[in-house]
Design a protein around this ligand. Sequence first.
Ligand SMILES: Cc1ncc(C[n+]2csc(CCOP(=O)(O)OP(=O)(O)O)c2C)c(N)n1
Ligand SMILES: [Mg+2]
Length: 909
Amino acid sequence: MTDVLDELLNLDRSQLEPDELRSLNETELREWIESLDYVLASGGADRVKDILQKLEQHAYKHGVPIPYNATTPYINTIGVDEQPDYPGDLEIEERITNLIRWNAMAMVVRANKYSSGIGGHIATYASAATLYEVGFNHFFHGPKAGPDADLVYFQGHASPGFYARSFLEGRFPVEAMRNFRRELQDEPGLSSYPHPWLMPEYWSFPTVSMGIGPLASIYQARFRRYLEDRGLLPSGGQGHVWAFVGDGETDEVETLGAIRVAARNRLDNLIWVVNCNLQRLDGSVYGNGKIIQELEGIFRGSGWNVIKVAWGSKWDELLARDHDGTLARRFEEMVDGESQRYAAFGAPELRDRFFNTPELKKLIEDWTDEDIALLNRGGHDPVKIYAAFQRAVQHEGSPTAILFRTVKGYGMGDAGEAKNVTHQQKKLDIDQMKAFRDRFDLPVTDEEITHYPFFRPEENSPELTYLLERREELGGFLPARSPKSEPLDPPSADAFEEFMQGTEGREVSTTMAFVSILRKLLRDEVWGKLVVPIVPDEARTFGMEALFRQIGIYSNVGQLYEPVDSENLLYYKESRDGQILEEGITEAGSMASFLAAGTAYANYGVNAVPFFIYYSMFGFQRIGDMIWAAGDSRARGFLVGGTAGRTTLAGEGLQHQDGHSHVLAYPVPNLLAYDPSFAYEIAIIVREGLRRMYQQQDDVFYYLTVGNENYAQPAAPAHLGREALEEGVIKGLYLFRPAGRKRSKLHAQLLGSGSIMNEVLEAARILEDDYKVATDVWSVTSYKALHVEALEVERHNRLNPDEEPREAYVARQLKDAKGVLVAASDYMKILPDALARHLPKGVVALGTDVFGRSEAREELRDFFEVDAKHIVLATLQALAREGSLSPSEVTKARDDLGIAPGKPNPYVD
Ligand SMILES: Cc1ncc(C[n+]2csc(CCOP(=O)(O)OP(=O)(O)O)c2C)c(N)n1
Ligand SMILES: [Mg+2]
């Protein structure tokens, strides 16, 4: 042995002839393989793994860099021998799938025939039909399955397919199908995409803004665990969260950006079905590479269980013939752009170009073109799909991604199968419809085709009987949304009474006031356990760290370490029944948790009350689309924008100072937005929110901003009476302090919001004391609420000219108010300006438009011209404009107030 080694070590390979070298290499390799085979036979796979790991370490130690490889060979993960028997009737399922394919295609083509430009998509569902059908017939558990019910995120652009299935199930009349995308007809048609807002008994998750569905599904699966771990849902349920994801959709950062969260939380209740049809809208997803392999690496690297279903059963015959791995190597070599050609041009192209070596040609030497045409992609093969789904459902310890290879526009033939234009193909001519019919063997005559018919077999036909039986056994129809939570009474007014009393001179911020309200709620017997505080690594910023200890931070493994601050009373406590969702630095992830918690009343029958507390700057403008999705989803809960106000958040500068989130709140129709000034206002708003959302079950949600400026919180003013005060706070405006000066020629109405209210109060004092202006001070808690109500009144009057015109709430409140109107807030001037035409007279708006600055509060308020002196000047100037003061009086006041006419303009400087 030593002699051999010596000889080998002395061997200088560079001196060998090529033939000798090749032969030596082959012998070496054979010996290694034989050794491995021996170990495998005698010691099993684990022993082989062990040896390979040690060998790898050994090689590293000797300077052999072994490149990291996250991918496995480009063949199916589940071998033929491992495939379970198919439990269903393949033949009848195929017939059902074909009917659904037809109806889905017909509804789009028809919609476009009768009203061109209406749109719709065929190709997405065509590629995914069999994936969904195996799911519907064997896996997706409906609402009646209780704790085993699944939640399914359906791919939005495949919606015609689900409608077509529901049509067969008898859930929609034919008119609804005919009027697809015509929701405003007398016989309303079906909505374009999954929108719970528009079809609240059908859709649960809006998925069509790409990336949001996949991201939301991760946090949905985690939230389900959270509810179980906290005892709000029975544990042991087998329900899964399924998310269907487009391969093109994986380019959205939201899609893949949080996949490690799923692995870290060991979410084996989460299954992603990635439909890799290799195409997106414009063309190939990754024509120069292989999207399936790329995604495999990403998911495996992030700790997911990955199942690849690339090749259909017919390929197994060739793989069985392929003893030296030639075919597997050819798969590796073929990029997606090449592969797309075979799907588009069929068997002759595949024969000529794919089987391009003598070894490969030999594999198919006895095959006809018909045989070759059966070489399908794995995602169209129900047997392979079933095997993958079953393995995913049984898998434990991590989430699963199944990467299915399919053909986009499958079955569309000339009309677009695997063509680059297929995504937007919505017109099929009669010949193309006939070809579709023939391909899927559908019972539609040539004559019928010209009318774009929908086909539904007889009620007791084998197809419908089978389909309905399968759904019945699996717990009912899907998609289905069925809110099932009980109405809850809001906390009693007494419980919140302490916040109505003010802080008796103690200076606290509205953030602190909000946190006190939250803590109070957490101690409530009914509401306490339902509150879900969500923070993106910002709890200390908002003074919420006491909650860490009080209610704990949720972790699915508890706390495996002794925290560094364990000696501290308020230590960092993680626990399995922890209540806070401390999401880390991810507003998008936190918002996904808000979506899950805010819709738990519909998905689980649990009245969860999310409070998502974040930097107001990083809300609407960063995750606005998710807030939009929350509106569509009918989510309930509170978004709390902390460190709000462009001049209230001092020192942080342009990227942090928010002066516009209240403007961005306008577009979300069912969102109520408040910019409160005082603790009692927040208490009233929160209690009202709980009443509306959880007792009255209105599908609205709330945004409130809180600031970090400390000031004495006043007691609720007594002059209005409690009821009128509450009404005013909720409707958006009330008289906070009537003028002190009674008999005066000059009058002003100042409107203040948020922390700028203090500047308004100071301005009122100056106006009364120094300029003899009797000044009422109003608190505007919500410009949006005032605006929306005024628009409703305006519309009512327009449509009912014969009735006594109604008055908008804001106009009614201010109509008898004397003098000029001046409004100031820490938000953009557009808020009061947008309200202006509903007011009895013009308003001067002061606000904080344009980029922020790093400065202290006082300087910022001077710079943005929202401090007391600028409010005074604006009021006096308005009085001069209406003729009550002379310009020279205002000029003098300007100088007395110390305002230079040439002061820098925040818009420009
Ligand atoms: C955020 C967002 N951007 C763009 C679109 C427009 N869009 C709709 S479908 C689509 C292509 C989808 O491709 P893929 O994810 O691969 O799904 P497939 O239809 O191929 O299954 C695009 C770009 C969208 N719906 N959402
Ligand atoms: Mg695609």
